[in-house]
Design a protein. Structure first.
Length: 152
């Protein structure tokens, strides 16, 4: 489910970058693509939560260094498909992942021992990074549980 929410967030930010306000975005397109109302609402909640935290999601993709371009090592290139790398670059350019988070995604792939990583795997890894931010001061107000959370 997290992967679908990331896809919706990517769509929303892309539309906002083309000078559309959230209220002007046609949500019927998302429904026609098979996203549920719950997934769409969760994506909006994530966006509003980030905005309330003071994050500027409409930067020019410059959350990290201004001129950083990650080149894959031969070993990384043999594991990460061009589509998966393209998706990581898209998330980076939209400002949803910064340079360190892209590195974290690549490290997770390489350390996990994948023989091949495609689009579906990279979506899952990116979603886990995006939704696992440290907001321990706001416990109880999160949309999703973090990997260190427990339920009592």
């Amino acid at each position: 489910m997290q992967e679908k929410i990331v896809e919706i967030i990517v769509y929303l930010i892309h539309e906002m970058r083309h000078d559309k306000r959230l209220g002007e975005i046609d949500l019927r397109i998302l429904s026609e693509r098979g996203y549920t109302d719950n997934e769409i609402s969760t994506a909006f909640s994530w966006l509003f939560d980030k905005i309330n935290l003071g994050e500027n999601l409409l930067t020019d993709g410059q959350r990290g260094s201004a001129h950083s371009h990650r080149i894959l090592h031969d070993a990384e290139r043999s594991v990460i498909s061009p589509e998966a790398l393209g998706y990581l670059i898209q998330l980076r350019e939209l400002g949803l992942l910064d340079d360190m988070e892209v590195e974290l995604a690549i490290d997770r792939i390489m350390m996990a021992g994948f023989s091949s990583v495609g689009l579906s795997e990279i979506k899952s890894i990116a979603a886990s990074i995006m939704f696992d931010y440290d907001d321990s001061a706001r416990i109880g107000s999160r949309l999703m549980l973090n990997s260190k959370d427990t339920i009592h």
